[in-house]
Each structure stands twice: as C-alpha cells, then as structure tokens.
Design a protein around this ligand. Structure first.
Ligand code: HEM
Length: 420
C-alpha cells in the first residue's frame, strides 16, 4: 500500500503551502523529495531534538540502505549533496575528525581579518551600481550575488578567470528542476573546476583557504590528513555554501525591508539595528529551506505515535522550523525587525552547525548598511509577492530582485511616511 506523502515542489512555487502543512503537523511529515521518501521535520523543538540525537546520522554510506544498495545514483538531482565525502555527510568520530581538520583553517582567516575585504568589495560594487542611479536593476545579480562571490573567492584564492564559471556551476547544483543528465553534467563540471583550482594552488600556493586545505591534505605526519576525495569535497562544500546561501540572505533582507517600508523606518529611527534585520530575514526566509539528508541509525519513536524506522531518511526543514508559529503565534510569518526574540534554525543546530555563520552575518550586515546608506530611497520595482522563487527545494531566494536605485533625498513628508 502506498503511504500518504507530500510531494515537494522542485520549483518552490508551493513553498508557503508546504510550510503550512509542516507547521500544522504534530510530528514529522512523510515527503517525496524528487522521488525519494523522507520524514520532513518542520517543528522547531523536534528538529532541535533530532539534530543532537546520536541515533540520527548524516552518513548515507553507513546508514541509508537505499544508498548502500545502489538505489541512489548520480541521476537523482540531490545525489551530489548526499554522496560528498566531507564533514557535511560524516557521522560521529568521522565528523569530528573532518570538522577539526578544517575549522582551524577557517579560524586562521579570522572574521576581523576578512572585514576589510568585505568592506572594500562592498564599496566597489556600490560605486558600480551608482552608475545606474535612477534605473531599475536586478539587485540580486548586480549586488547580492557579487559580494559573496568576491568575498568567498578572495578567501579561497579563486582567480578572477574562474569565478563566473564557479558561480554558474554552483547555481546549476542548487537548481532542483533539471533533468538527470543536467544533474550529472553539473557534477562533472564542478569537479573539473575544483581539480583545476587544486592543481593551480598546488603549483602556486598562496595565503588562502584552498592552499591551507591542501597543506592539511599533504600533512601526512600523524596519519589524520584529509584524503584527496575529502579535500576536493570539502572545497566543494565551502564554495557551494559560501556562494549561494549569503546571496539568499541579502535578497531576503532587502525584500523584507522594501516590501514594508515601516521596517526600514525602524532601522533609520534606531528602533532596530542591522543585526535585527539579518536575524529576522534568517528567521522568516531561511536561505536554506531544506537540507538533505539524515538517516535513522535505529528506530526512533516519537511522541504522537510516529516511528521513524531504522534506515529511513529525515529531511531537516530549516525554513519551516524557523518561521514556525509554534512559539511566535500567527504573526510568525511576518517580517518584523522590532520583535524582541527572533529564534531560528537557519544555520542548523548541533554538531553540524554552520561553520560560516559569522562570516555570512558580517557580509549581510555590511552589504545592507552600505546599500541603504548609498541608496536611501531604494524601492522595489515589482511587488514582493510577484517575485519568482528560485527553482530549488534547497535554496530559498528569488530568481531576480528588480529595484529602482535612488540615491536622491526624499522630501520631508515622504521620509516621515517611511519611518513611522
Ligand atoms: C546565510 C548564509 C548561510 C546559511 C543560511 C547556511 C546554512 C547552513 C546550515 C543550515 C548548515 C547545517 C547543515 C546541516 O545540519 O545539515 C550549514 C553547514 C555548513 N555551512 Fe553554512 N550557511 C551559510 C553560509 C555559509 C558560509 C558563508 C560558509 C563558508 C564560508 C558555510 C559553510 C558551512 C559548512 C562548512 C557547513 C558544514 C558544517 C558541518 O557539517 O559540520 N556556510 N550551513
């Protein structure tokens, strides 16, 4: 007998509807993720609980029978996400080892050392945007995409000539509407680019994250070095995470502020800071909606009578869990920068908590402060509810974000209207 399941829309046009179903369910909801079944968890308390439960693994090689039996293959659009060999898909000791090897390389490029690069890149991009003052531009491609791509490329030492190819290929990986052949081609292309990058950095090491990771790979002294596969897949994780997610954060924050000008007014009047804007954007529109996959190491009985069977897949629904009405009530879906509490799970929870969260927050803050300082009268050129969503089950953003750039001063009455 076929079990009842919610089929997740790969185009993301039904995301709000799907989130309502997850919010209304007392426990996990069986979903069809591009042909594979999983228990989606959008209840924030249950998700927090499962993310720290040792009976929940991220390693399909050990704990997903469908993967072990060869049923999950490259043609499944999310194959790459689950099959990579890095901290993202590791469990227990293996995860601690991989995260411990990589975390110091991140720490070595501490956030305060990255801030000047974020500010310089923001300044250059705003200068470029200023040439289109008065015009309608797609702020996503002209700004929200450009900043993380520049910052991450600087961090990783990706040369100018490879940045566009990386960005386009990563976009194809996040897109969940392609054919099986397109998914395979995107995988091949991203590995070709990463191999080129590693060869380049091995020949010309520099003070960047890629060279640091290569050194970790090549340091065989204590037998714990990254394997060749772990090196390339760790780089893939960092590029994929760093290029796409922060874009969605900036996109969500700008959309939230412009869709309801009172919100921008709160910031201008000092009733809220840029940190509030960032946290509220993460809460209402988590940049990563669902993150495949986790697997039950043994049967997990949940209150309410649902048992997640051993070997069954679990899909953390970070988006639904973050904007859940469970604790904030019916207004949970409303973007309100003045809320005293903005709890969310946009960066995950537990041992896999996002390693790039401080960087993403800093990029978002600097990007927004710079943008609204340079263009105080920025406005949406299309109603927010008409913006097309990115065609992705995973990433949550817009295909484009048309805005009118306006650096000129508003008249007094207009200004008052936006700040009341
Ligand atoms: C707004 C931006 C970002 C969001 C919303 C985000 C979201 C997430 C989430 C939800 C996880 C947990 C995945 C899970 O538990 O299954 C995660 C993990 C991770 N993120 Fe981010 N991320 C962002 C930016 C970044 C950036 C800029 C980097 C790198 C510079 C990064 C690197 C990572 C890494 C390496 C992990 C894996 C950690 C582990 O498995 O132990 N992220 N991220």
């Amino acid at each position: 007998m076929q079990r009842e399941r919610l089929v997740l829309d790969p185009t993301a046009r039904r995301r709000a509807e799907e989130e309502s179903v997850l919010h209304a369910a007392p426990g996990p909801v069986l979903v069809d993720v591009l042909g594979e079944l999983a228990w989606a968890v959008g209840d924030p308390d249950l998700l927090r609980q499962l993310l720290v439960d040792p009976r929940v693994s991220k390693d399909p090689r050990q704990h997903w029978p469908r993967f072990i039996d060869g049923e999950i293959v490259g043609k499944w659009p999310l194959y790459l996400q689950v099959s990579v060999d890095n901290m993202f898909t590791a469990y227990g000791h293996a995860h601690r080892r991989l995260r411990r090897l990589v975390a110091p390389v991140f720490a070595a490029r501490r956030l305060d050392a990255l801030v000047p690069s974020i500010e310089r890149n923001t300044g250059e991009l705003l200068e470029r945007l200023a040439r289109a003052d008065g015009d309608v531009v797609d702020l996503r491609s002209a700004y929200a995409v450009q900043l993380p791509v520049r910052v991450m490329s600087d961090l990783l030492g990706i040369p100018d000539g490879m940045r566009v190819s990386f960005k386009e290929t990563i976009d194809r990986i996040w897109n969940t509407t392609g054919t099986a052949e397109q998914a395979l081609a995107a995988t091949t292309d991203v590995y070709t680019l990463l191999t080129e990058l590693i060869e380049l950095k091995r020949a010309h090491p520099a003070d960047d994250l890629t060279s640091g990771l290569i050194a970790t790979r090549d340091d065989e002294t204590d037998g714990t070095a990254l394997t060749a596969r772990e090196l390339i897949d760790t780089l893939l994780l960092i590029v994929a995470a760093g290029y796409e997610t922060t874009v969605n954060l900036i996109d969500a924050a700008v959309t939230g502020l412009l869709a309801d000008p009172r919100q921008l007014g709160h910031v201008r009047a000092g009733r809220a800071g840029w940190e509030d804007v960032i946290e509220e954007a993460l809460r209402v529109s988590a940049p990563v909606s669902h993150m495949p996959m986790r697997y039950a190491v043994e049967d997990i009985e949940l209150p309410g009578g649902v048992t997640i069977g051993q070997g069954e897949a679990i899909l953390p629904s970070f988006g639904a869990a973050s904007n859940s009405p469970k604790h904030l009530g019916a207004s949970a879906g409303v973007f309100d920068v003045t809320r005293p509490e903005k709890p969310h799970l946009a960066f995950g929870h537990g041992v896999h908590y996002c390693l790039g969260a401080p960087l993403a927050r800093a990029e978002g803050r600097i990007a927004l402060a710079g943008l609204f300082d340079r263009f105080p009268d920025l406005e949406l050129a299309e109603p927010a509810d008409r913006l097309a969503p990115l065609p992705s089950i995973l990433g949550n953003g817009h295909v484009s974000l048309p805005v009118r750039l306006r650096s000129g001063q508003l008249g007094g009455s207009d200004r008052e209207a936006t700040s009341s």
